[in-house]
Each structure stands twice: as structure tokens, then as C-alpha cells.
Design a protein around this ligand. Structure first.
Ligand code: PRP
Ligand code: ZN
Length: 300
């Protein structure tokens, strides 16, 4: 652990929509850290893992160049850089090893309100403003469409009103930015979420071991996040029907209820999120006293 080269470096976004959840994920994996004076590196205290806080655009390159062993970034940035690197050199620049459960958004076309443009087919010969030129060009190529891609590094949504473009292709999360800029959302070309990247270079065994442990803990964290412990009372006659309604569950525990021959208590772990609709269906099937509890830790 004292050998500096054996420490794993993980690059994450310095400040942005993935920062808080990426740090939270690493903490839930057991990492305790102290931030350096410049706040750009967080040194792991209890694991040989250091976290580099960088601009998200830089993450794919840092992993490709093996400066960092792992990186967490949005698939939007990752795919953009992957296509860009592939244009320079035809070898996969990094491995995308895990999709995470946060940072969901989409890369979509958008057209100015009142514009005659309605679909991508209308974009032939037009100008499209975007911060994702490689993804957009690749998409246009596959659609056999020829259009001009105008690169913007930010504030893409103002390009049409500046007269710089006829349409845009940008990230959409809530859609509020599009509405505020009088743009109408069109086709999605990429569904994005946070992903973990790994260096293309083979890692030495002592590092590989910790990387595997870290990834196993990530699995555990994600599983627990989705898991719920459900308790209810159920008529014995409806047990089969109720069991079939439980999402991603194993065999339920069925317990007798004192003084009731017709009714039992059912306890079960569901490995999927439990929505109100599920509870309503369970109730309709005869279940009562429904309780849904979060799961703290799980070791299968
Ligand atoms: C993205 C995107 C839009 C906005 C969309 O920018 O470029 O501006 O979010 O979100 P909404 O649909 O919820 O309104 P981001 O905040 O990631 O900043 P950036 O453009 O500087 O990367
Ligand atoms: Zn933006």
C-alpha cells in the first residue's frame, strides 16, 4: 500500500451533475478520503485508491492514456471521445465496464419553435449546432444525410437565435433548457447515464485485485439501492397470485399469524424497485398491512 505505483487512480467530474453521486458511490464502496490542498485530488485513507477531480471532457483521455486506471463519466462524453479517438487511431481507447444508475439524460435534436424543420430528414443541407460533433457526424453518416455540423463548446441552445444554426443536438434532462430557449425536442440519438471506464492497458496483479474488489462493491451498492424488503398480511388462498406480483424476488418467507387460519404474514426481498402500482396490485390481490423497507447492506 505504500508503493505509489500500486495505487488506483479514479477520475471523476470536478463539479457538475455527476460529481456528488460519483463521490457518494465511492464512499458507499467503503472509501474514506482526504482532499488535497488544491481540492483536485482526494487521497484514499483506507484503500489504495485516489480520486482525481477533473473536467468531465478530460476523463476519457486520462483513462485512454493510462494516467488513470478508472474513470466515471457520462456515456455522452465517453461516446463522443471514443469516436474522436477512433478517428485518430483504430483501436478501442478504453473499456466501458459498468453502466451506473445515475446521470440519466439523452442526446437529442431540437428545432426552433415555428421552424419548418420537424425531423432529421429535414436537416439535409442545414446547419446543426452541437458540443458532440463526432456523435452527430456518425449519426448523419448512418442516416445517409449530409448536413453541416457547427461546433459549440457550451450554450448550444442559443445557436439558432444567433443565426448560427438551423437546429441543435444537445443533452436533455428535464427539457427546461429547451423550453426556455423556444426549442422543440426531436429524435434522441443517444440515451446516456454515468458509466465506469477502465484503461485499455493490462493492470498489474496487485492493482487488478483492488479494482475487482471495488467493482464488486459497486455491484453490491447498486443491488442494495434497488432492493426493498416487503412485509404484508396475505390470505393463504391468494399466496400464489401475490408471489407472482413481487418484482425480482426469491421464495418469500411465510409465517403464521396468531389466531388466524386464513391469513399469513409474508416477508420478501425484492431486487427491483417497488412502485406504488405494485403495492396497489398486491392490495387488489388481497394483501393488507403492506410495508416497504430499504435494505442497508446485502451479502448473497
Ligand atoms: C446540459 C445541456 C443543457 C442542459 C439540459 O448542460 O447542455 O444545457 O443540461 O438540461 P435540462 O433538460 O434539464 O434543462 P449541463 O448542465 O450539463 O452543462 P454544460 O452544457 O456546461 O455541460
Ligand atoms: Zn449545457
Amino acid at each position: 500500500m505504500s508503493d505509489k505505483t500500486a495505487r488506483i487512480k479514479v477520475a471523476i467530474q470536478k463539479s457538475g451533475r455527476l460529481t456528488e453521486q460519483s463521490l457518494d458511490l465511492l464512499q458507499r464502496c467503503g472509501l474514506k478520503y482526504t482532499k488535497g490542498p488544491d481540492q483536485l485530488i482526494a487521497f484514499g485513507e483506507n484503500m489504495p485508491v485516489d480520486v482525481l477531480l477533473v473536467r468531465d471532457d478530460d476523463i476519457p483521455g486520462l483513462v485512454r492514456d493510462d494516467v488513470c486506471d478508472l474513470g466515471i463519466a457520462g456515456l455522452n462524453i465517453v461516446e463522443e471521445k471514443r469516436l474522436h479517438f477512433l478517428e485518430q487511431e483504430p483501436a478501442e481507447p478504453f473499456r466501458i465496464i459498468r453502466a451506473l444508475d445515475y446521470g440519466q439524460c439523452r442526446l437529442a435534436f431540437a428545432y426552433p419553435d415555428g421552424s419548418p424543420l420537424r425531423t432529421v430528414a429535414d436537416l439535409a443541407g442545414r446547419r446543426i449546432a452541437t458540443s458532440y460533433p463526432s456523435i452527430v457526424r456518425d449519426y448523419l453518416r448512418r442516416q445517409n444525410l449530409s448536413a453541416t455540423v457547427v461546433e459549440f463548446s457550451g450554450a448550444v441552445e442559443i445557436a439558432p437565435s444567433l443565426g448560427r444554426a438551423d437546429a441543435i443536438c444537445d443533452l436533455v434532462s428535464t427539457g427546461a433548457t429547451l423550453v426556455a430557449n423556444k426549442l422543440r425536442e426531436g429524435e434522441t440519438i443517444l440515451e446516456s447515464r454515468a458509466v465506469i471506464l477502465q484503461t485499455p492497458v493490462e493492470v498489474p496483479p496487485e492493482k487488478a485485485d483492488w479494482i475487482n474488489r471495488l467493482l464488486q462493491r459497486v455491484e453490491g451498492v447498486m443491488q442494495v439501492r434497488e432492493s426493498k424488503y416487503i412485509m404484508m398480511h396475505a390470505p393463504k388462498a391468494a399466496l400464489a397470485k401475490i408471489a407472482a406480483l413481487l418484482p425480482g424476488s426469491e421464495a418469500p418467507t411465510v409465517l403464521p399469524l396468531d389466531g388466524r387460519d386464513d391469513l399469513v404474514a409474508v416477508h420478501v426481498v425484492c431486487r427491483e424497485n417497488v412502485f406504488w402500482e405494485t403495492l396497489e396490485s398486491l392490495k387488489a390481490a388481497g394483501a393488507t398491512s403492506l410495508l416497504v423497507l430499504p435494505v442497508e447492506k446485502m451479502l448473497a
